[in-house]
Design a protein around this ligand. Structure first.
Ligand code: ZN
Length: 301
């Protein structure tokens, strides 16, 4: 059992932003953390933004409200419409011109319409925000290993080109917190999937000697093999950030325009939700982006 994360002292959401995107006056963006919410689960005072099994929907609704307020996703005192997805680890990307009447299924959202907040949910998978400075178009992508193997970020770049004539060299990308290569142990099938897709797949994986855990020793004992390092298969770790960075560079985004959070979700449980580190009992964070509406006059209604 690990220690529980400390209880948040205030109900003010802690939101991470990308330095490069903060300077863009017409943009709203942010990556939520677990801190500063109203959920009683997940350590209390948690900013869970996903409708999970363990949390109350009222708490999630309140958390979403304060998150939007913190970002400034407001028209007067009314919150912007929030567009989220029923995420399925796919490569499906939706272009949003107005809030859909029914929740959409997929893992990517793009828009050029001001006054709508696009959000993807994650707790280890990577939230990726794309911004076209010239065309004023934005996107939000949910990229776990399956979506990454299906090239979802490259496809999002392609959709921005197709729908809004975005040029990749004008795009900026921000990769939010997710599980990093230090902690993201995967099975051989994941490497096989990447090797069949990407010429650079070998750069994305790191091998480490098997841990000497009780469970693994017990498995060896059951297989009636003498325990020893030579008999243990190496553990395999995937660098999901690098996988998505390479994909975006191949899609034409300039390397200097791709920024990634240094925070690993599994290493920073006090600040972030981690599906793996918390054994699936955890909340969800948002990677969110939207376009500000033209400034209304101060006396306008
Ligand atoms: Zn880590």
């Amino acid at each position: 059992m690990g220690s529980m994360p400390p209880q948040a002292t205030t109900n003010f959401p802690k939101v991470l932003t990308s330095q490069a995107l903060r300077k863009v006056p017409w943009l709203i963006h942010g990556f939520s953390t677990r801190q500063g919410g109203f959920s009683r689960r997940y350590g209390g005072g948690a900013l869970n933004l996903g409708f999970t099994r363990d949390d109350s929907s009222a708490a999630v609704g309140r958390n979403r409200q304060v998150f939007l307020e913190t970002l400034g996703a407001l028209r007067g005192k009314r919150l912007w419409p929030l567009v989220t997805l029923r995420q399925i680890h796919s490569d499906l990307i939706h272009c949003i011109a107005s809030p859909p009447p029914q929740p959409l299924t997929g893992d990517g959202l793009i828009t050029s319409t001001p006054g709508i907040l696009l959000a993807v949910q994650a707790a280890d998978c990577l939230p990726v925000i794309l911004v076209d400075l010239e065309r004023r178009a934005v996107g939000a992508v949910h990229a776990g290993w399956r979506g990454t193997a299906k090239r979802i970020v490259a496809k999002a770049v392609g959709e921005l080109q197709r729908r809004f004539e975005c040029e990749p060299r004008h795009l900026k990308a921000a990769i939010g917190p997710g599980i990093h290569a230090c902690c993201y142990q995967v099975g051989a099938e994941v490497r096989e999937s990447f090797e069949s897709q990407f010429s650079y797949a070998s750069d994305l994986f790191r091998e480490a000697p098997a841990s000497d855990s009780v469970r693994e020793r017990a498995m060896l004992f059951l297989r009636a093999r003498p325990p020893g390092p030579s008999n243990m298969p190496n553990r395999l770790f995937l660098d999901l950030v690098e996988a998505n960075r390479r994909q975006m560079v191949d899609a034409g985004i300039r390397p200097k325009n791709i920024l990634a959070s240094e925070l690993c979700t599994a290493c920073n449980r006090h600040l972030l939700f981690s599906y793996r580190a918390e054994k699936a009992v955890t909340g969800r964070m948002f990677g969110a982006v939207g376009i500000r509406e033209a400034a209304a006059s101060s006396t306008g209604t």
